[in-house]
Design a protein around this ligand. Structure first.
Ligand code: 1CP
Length: 373
């Protein structure tokens, strides 16, 4: 079912051309603090925000007017422009591709919509062996609008790296089984035990489409990729290890080692919320960098993962509306806590809340860039 994938990024890729390989983001993702001791030259401290493209920006709300979420993602001009908006406004150190974890479902032909104020909703939930067997195969040619959007985006970004992403198999399958967002993800968790064979077939399908989605974004010009297992925190350690981890590892296997012919591979990031107790397991799925949510102090994350693991995170979004001195003190604390890790990219501990004042985000970026080594 997989096409024989290329082993290298194309010669005109930003990593192959050396545009993004020495960016502050990639240096931290690669754990630059341990490679040669101090960084070769002083550089600014990298920061980007999950959900930096989106409803917190008035220019986003304006562009999206009259176009549904998934149609916006599949319009290359629109998706590219939305991806670039937060980079222009906030001077963040990376763009994250404007898309959604359910885009591969839509491209495979699964009936799915993003309902405003709700999230992904499927025409029909996927709950039985027959439902899973009937899932369509995703043809890589369907990624054409993604490829075009990324080519447009990287042409504008120059030396600023673009991050591609996908949903991890559990998080994607959670929407497929429930048919919509849910609080406790009981549907997929029950399927693991009631019908492990069907669960494994569904998670394998999800790993395939997500793996190929990440791969398509990297091939088209992304310089790093992040797998979002947003709902993995609803799983106990044993369930994660036995029923989920192998599928996340399978998703990463589509992009592992993918780099320019003569350079280091594109770094891979793994993030989930509520994952403090499975952080060490998350790391074994194949990522270089672990994204930490807002619940766990980064000093403790480094204790759990070891000092060789670069970290991303974990400013608590709940601080964003606070008085500036309160927010500033919190950010300085996160920077200090991240200093024991081999690398540290600042981010939020989950996505930007839609009601966030964008001027606060710009000020957060300025502060982070002003904090010296
Ligand atoms: O109308 C709108 O503006 C819809 C809101 C929205 C946006 C802006 C959705 C619906 N998706 C997105 C874009 C999106 N989704 C990005 C874009 C890039 C960026 O970060 O700036 C990314 C990375 C995602 C990934 C995504 N989608 C995740 C993983 C990250 C996370 O936040 O945990 C998840 C769980 C989804 C599903 C989804 N899509 C949209 C919503 C509201 C949700 C969550 C629904 C739920 O609560 O279950």
């Amino acid at each position: 079912m997989t096409t024989s994938p290329a082993t290298h990024l194309p010669p005109d890729h930003p990593l192959s051309r050396g545009l993004t390989s020495e960016s502050a983001l990639l240096n931290q993702y690669r754990g630059s603090r341990t490679s040669t001791g101090a960084a070769a030259k002083p550089e600014r401290r990298p920061v980007w925000f999950m959900r930096q493209a989106g409803r917190s920006l008035p220019e986003y709300r304006k562009l999206r007017e009259g176009t549904s979420m998934l149609d916006s993602c599949l319009n290359p001009e629109l998706a590219s422009e939305i991806t670039l908006q937060p980079v222009r406004r906030h001077d963040v150190d990376a763009a994250i591709f404007f898309s959604d974890i359910v885009i591969p479902l839509r491209l495979a032909g699964v009936g799915v919509e993003i309902k405003p104020g709700v999230g992904p909703v499927l025409d029909a939930p996927v709950r039985t062996a027959a439902d899973v067997a009937a899932l369509p195969e995703l043809d890589d040619a369907a990624f054409a609008p993604i490829t075009e959007a990324i080519e447009r985006t990287t042409a504008e970004l120059g030396r600023v790296p673009l991050i591609g992403f996908a949903g991890a198999p559990f998080t994607l399958a959670a929407y497929m089984v429930e048919g919509r967002p849910s609080r406790d993800h009981l549907g997929p968790r029950a399927m693991m035990h009631a019908d492990p064979q069907t669960w494994n077939a569904l998670a394998a399908w999800a790993a395939d489409v997500s793996g190929r989605f990440m791969r398509a974004q990297l091939m088209a010009g992304a310089s790093a990729a992040q797998l979002f297992d947003s709902w993995a925190g609803s799983l106990g350690r044993a369930d994660y290890q036995q029923h989920v981890l192998p599928h996340s590892a399978a998703a990463f296997s589509y992009v592992s080692g993918l780099g320019p012919a003569d350079g280091a591979p594109a770094p891979l990031v793994h993030f989930g919320t509520g994952t403090s107790e499975i952080l060490d397991l998350l790391k074994t799925a194949g990522a270089d960098v672990i994204g930490v949510d807002y619940r766990l102090d980064l000093t403790e994350a480094t204790r759990r993962l070891g000092p060789q693991t670069p970290l991303q995170g974990n400013i608590d979004p709940a601080y964003l509306p606070a008085e500036w001195p309160v927010l500033e003190a919190h950010i300085r604390q996160v920077v200090a806590a991240g200093s024991a890790a081999a690398g540290h990219v600042l981010n939020l501990g989950h996505g930007v809340p839609p009601e966030t004042d964008p001027e606060v985000l710009t000020r957060v970026v300025e502060l982070i860039h002003s904090i010296g080594p």
